[in-house]
Design a protein around this ligand. Structure first.
Ligand code: DWN
Length: 417
């Protein structure tokens, strides 16, 4: 019998409550980074249910069905260095931490989910020793070629102890766009505590649920992201940990992210920013993040967005306009599958990631080319699937607009520019 590659959760990942309320079903979809080779186009792709549930006790929004991480992360095609905006963001984030912590050659920076080493490279350029941790074997090789020492594996207490056999405790640990991917949060945070120096800090950043809901960012909901965090459930979890949150900051990356700063509970060198934390909790409450009705309304808005977008794209096709996609992002693949957009609507997608070029999008089988193809075929419209980088994409393709082309941004609303 075929092994089951996903499991259903019955209780909340943070508070163990079974008081879960399912509010959104995006379909049985292939994994969002499961790009397909030409030779495999006729093979049936594995599909997994994408159901989102809301814990009515601690208010964590999370996926109902969990896909085996090995299927998603052992070989990974996404790299952060494909966007200048993201690299710039990393540089600023690292500089801020280096300055506030007075880090130098005697410090030690660790990045969990270090991918191709892009973030650690910012530390390395400042002469600060680094170590990456990532489960993707292909990307660990890339990082090592970039001169970033990287341990291949899923970060947990066992791995943290193994790292300590060879390295000192970390002055700073980063996890950007990682905690949402973690199934066993308690084990993960315990592992952070194990590796962290007693004066060190842990910085995690993830797309913020408040922005997700307000900006209709339904396409950032996919199998890789098991949790969609607000501050409240994180504070709930922190009660059971040896580390605690001392500050939080919102920023614009990925359509709106929350950066959370942690320290050991016994470390009194940082003041807990109580007012900032209280203010954000109040905002979450006011915006209805602790109320299941907010999520029901969101689900209805997404269904409307689907109908409206599909209608507008079909109208353009009816008058013989050519449309292509920009950015074979994971989120793009969710949008394409949920909206049922295939090669009848999009001729192709361009993407700057060399590993994605020559492949086809999961489920919808749209071919992926490098960005120069736009100027070979001159489409009428570009649908920006990587809408989080719309400014970067539009500014580097000024020529496309100058030549009469138009951009379509699908989120938060279908919008032609
Ligand atoms: O957490 C996650 C985030 C950070 O990255 C993941 N689980 C997976 C991944 O999600 P994504 O694929 O939706 O990420 P991005 O960074 O929004 O993807 C942008 C895509 O667009 C990349 O494939 C690169 C591409 N791109 C491009 O072709 N030209 C991007 C820019 C800015 C460009 O100019």
């Amino acid at each position: 019998m075929k092994k089951k590659l996903f499991k259903k959760i019955l209780t909340c990942r943070i508070c163990a409550s079974s008081n879960l309320y399912d509010f959104l079903f995006l379909g049985d979809l292939p994994i969002p980074n499961g790009f397909v080779k030409k030779v495999d186009l006729n093979k049936e792709e594995e599909r997994y249910p994408l159901v989102v549930t809301f814990c009515q006790d601690c208010n964590l929004v999370q996926l109902r069905y969990i896909v085996d991480p090995k299927i998603m992360f052992d070989n990974y095609l996404y790299i952060p260095s494909s966007s200048r905006t993201r690299i710039e963001h990393f540089k600023q984030m690292v500089q801020e931490v280096v300055d506030t912590m007075n880090l130098d050659e005697s410090s030690f920076a660790v990045d969990i989910g270090s991918n191709d080493g892009s973030l650690l490279n910012c530390f390395k350029n400042l002469g600060i020793p680094v170590l990456g941790v990532d489960p993707a074997k292909n990307l660990v090789k890339v990082a090592e070629l970039n001169g970033i020492e990287t341990v291949c594996g899923y970060y947990d207490s066992v791995l943290a102890k193994k790292i300590l056999e060879k390295h000192t405790n970390a002055s700073v640990i980063f996890a950007t766009n990682v905690v949402a991917h973690i199934g066993n949060l308690y084990n993960f945070f315990k592992a952070v505590d194990i590796l962290l120096d007693k004066k060190g800090i842990f910085v995690c950043q993830f797309p913020y649920i408040l922005d997700l809901i307000e900006q209709n960012q339904f396409d950032t909901i996919y199998h890789e992201h098991l949790s969609y965090f607000g501050l409240k459930p994180l504070l709930e979890m922190a009660k059971k940990l040896q580390i605690e949150i001392y500050d939080v900051k919102r920023n614009d990356l990925d359509g709106g992210s929350l950066r959370v700063y942690w320290k050991k509970k016994l470390n009194h060198s940082f003041r807990i920013q109580k007012d900032t934390i209280e203010r954000l909790l109040k905002l979450e409450q006011e915006k209805g993040l602790y109320d299941k009705q907010t999520y029901d309304t969101f689900a209805k808005r997404i269904e409307n967005l689907k109908q409206k977008t599909k209608k507008k794209l079909l109208e353009l096709k009816k008058i013989k306009k050519t449309i292509v996609g920009y950015g074979a992002a994971a989120k793009g693949n969710i949008l394409l599958n949920y909206f049922r957009i295939n090669t009848k609507i999009l001729d192709y997608i361009v993407d700057s990631t060399p590993y994605k070029q020559g492949l086809y999008t999961p489920g919808t089988h749209i071919p992926i080319y490098d960005e120069s193809r736009i100027y070979q075929t001159h489409p009428d419209y570009i649908l920006i699937l990587a809408w989080n980088f719309k400014d970067e994409i539009m500014s580097k393709n000024k020529r496309f607009r100058d030549e009469g082309g138009k951009f379509i941004v699908p989120v938060p609303q279908f919008h032609i520019m």
